[in-house]
Structure formats: structure tokens, C-alpha cells
Design a protein around this ligand. Structure first.
Ligand code: SF4
Length: 92
């Protein structure tokens, strides 16, 4: 995992802004490195060398539905998504 691939090298696990309107982040304290999110949306999530999920640049190419699917698939609900108004998309 190289820093160049990160959406925001200063905030590897977010929050990041994607598609100009959605805010996505991973709570690193909750993440247990199960990598389910990586399996569902490798364009959005990868594991770093601490086995915590980080957000990669290609999240901008990913459909919102797949980002939500990845968040739903996380066994510890460590992935958060909000819309441009700060309304929580997932988890509700
Ligand atoms: S699925 Fe959840 S626990 Fe697993 S790596 Fe992704 S964010 Fe972490």
C-alpha cells in the first residue's frame, strides 16, 4: 500500500470527500481488519500495514451503492457515509 494510492495521504482512513458530495470515513478504533470492505469495494478500501482500512483514490470511480454495500458488509460497522448536507447515509 503506497501513499500515492490514498485519497488523502493526511487522512488515510478519512474523512474524505468523494464525487464532490459524499463524506466517507473509517473509524480505525472499530476496524478489526476483516477486509470485507476490500472484498466488496477494492476501488474504495484497502488495508494498510496496521491492518486498518484506508480509503484509496479510485473511490471516486466507485458507485455510491457499492460503497454503501461495503459499509453494510463491515462486521463492526466501522465505515460511515454522509451526504453533502451532513445527513447520515450509513449506518442510519
Ligand atoms: S470490513 Fe470493517 S473491519 Fe473489516 S477492514 Fe473494512 S472497515 Fe475494517
Amino acid at each position: 500500500m503506497d501513499n500515492q494510492q490514498l485519497k488523502d495521504p493526511n487522512n488515510p482512513s478519512g474523512p474524505v470527500q468523494t464525487k464532490g458530495k459524499y463524506k466517507v470515513w473509517v473509524d480505525r478504533n472499530l476496524c478489526i481488519g476483516a477486509a470485507t470492505c476490500v472484498a466488496v469495494s477494492p476501488k474504495s478500501f484497502q488495508l494498510d500495514n496496521e491492518a486498518k482500512a484506508v480509503i484509496v483514490r479510485t473511490i471516486d470511480e466507485e458507485e455510491l451503492e457499492n460503497i454503501i454495500e461495503a459499509a453494510k458488509a463491515c462486521p463492526v460497522a466501522a465505515i460511515f457515509i454522509e451526504d453533502e448536507k451532513g445527513n447520515r447515509i450509513f449506518p442510519k
